[in-house]
Design a protein around this ligand. Structure first.
Ligand code: ADP
Ligand code: TYD
Length: 216
C-alpha cells in the first residue's frame, strides 16, 4: 500500500454506537463542505463499494449467531479492503475529502473491545490488509438507552447488531471512549445528545479549524 503522505485528499470518519447520529452528521458535514465548494465523497461501512455492499448484506441481516466472531472480522475486513480499493483511495488520490460513516474503529470496538481476546487479531489484520487511518474522526458519544430508542424507531430491517441489546451498546460506548482517550490527536469526542444543528455547527467548526491549520 502506498504511503499516506503521497495522497492529496483528506480522510474523515464518523464513529459511535448505533443510533448516535453518525449518518445524520456525516451527511450534514458533507453538505456543509460542498456548499463551500469542496469536492466530497460521502460513503459508509460496511459497504461503500459494489462488492462491499454485497458483503454488508451478509453481515447486517439474519441471525445474530450467523457467523463466528473470527469469520465476522474477516468479512468486515474483506468489505473494508474493497471499499478502500474502489472508493476511498481513488478519491483521496484525486484530492477529494472522503467522509465515511464508520471505519476501522468500529471493528476495533465491536469485534475487538466487545470480545477482548480478539483485539490482537483485529489489529494484525488491519495492519496487514488495510493500513490506513482517517486524518480526523468524529466520535458521536451518547447514552446508549437514548441512542437505541432512536435506532429502534427507525426499523430498517438491518437489525442483527442492534438486536444485541443495551448491555452490549454500553460496552461499545466504553470501547469508543477508550479509543478516543488513546488517540486524542485523531479522534474528537462530540456530545451527541444535543439538537442536530448544534452538533453539526460544532463539527463544521472543528473541520474548518483542521482545514485551516498551519502545515506541520
Ligand atoms: P446512526 O447513523 O448513528 O445510527 P442516525 O444518524 O441514522 O444514527 O440517527 C438515528 C435516528 O436519530 C434518526 O432517526 C435521526 O433522524 C435521529 N437523530 C439523529 N441525530 C439526532 C439528534 N441530535 N437529536 C435527535 N434525533 C436525532
Ligand atoms: P451501520 O449501518 O453503521 O449501523 P447504524 O447506522 O445502526 O449505526 O452498521 C451496521 C452494523 O455493523 C452496526 O451495528 C455496527 C456494525 N459494525 C461492526 O460490528 N463492525 C464494523 O467494522 C462495522 C463497520 C460495523
Amino acid at each position: 500500500m502506498r504511503e499516506r503522505a503521497q495522497r492529496q485528499g483528506i480522510f474523515v470518519s464518523f464513529e459511535g454506537i448505533d443510533g448516535s447520529g453518525k449518518s445524520t452528521q456525516a451527511r450534514a458535514l458533507a453538505e456543509c463542505l460542498r456548499t463551500e465548494g469542496r469536492d466530497v465523497v460521502l460513503t459508509r461501512e460496511p459497504g461503500g463499494a459494489a462488492g462491499a455492499e454485497e458483503i454488508r448484506r451478509l453481515l447486517v441481516e439474519g441471525n445474530p449467531e450467523r457467523w463466528s466472531a473470527e469469520t465476522e472480522i474477516l468479512l468486515f475486513n474483506a468489505a473494508r479492503r474493497d471499499h478502500l480499493e474502489k472508493t476511498i483511495l481513488p478519491a483521496l488520490d484525486a484530492g477529494k475529502i472522503v467522509i465515511t460513516d464508520r471505519f476501522a474503529d468500529s471493528t476495533r470496538v465491536y469485534q475487538g473491545a466487545a470480545r477482548a481476546s480478539l483485539r490482537p487479531l483485529v489489529d494484525k489484520l488491519h495492519a496487514l490488509v488495510i493500513g490506513l487511518e482517517p486524518d480526523l474522526t468524529f466520535l458521536i458519544d451518547m447514552e446508549p438507552a437514548a441512542a437505541l430508542a432512536r435506532g429502534l424507531a427507525r426499523k430498517s430491517g438491518e437489525d442483527r447488531f442492534e438486536d444485541l441489546g443495551l448491555g452490549f451498546q454500553q460496552a461499545l460506548r466504553a470501547g469508543f471512549l477508550e479509543l478516543a482517550q488513546a488517540n486524542p490527536a485523531r479522534i474528537c469526542q462530540i456530545d451527541g445528545a444535543r439538537p442536530m444543528a448544534d452538533i453539526s455547527a460544532q463539527i463544521a467548526q472543528i473541520m474548518r479549524a483542521w482545514l485551516d491549520r498551519p502545515a506541520p
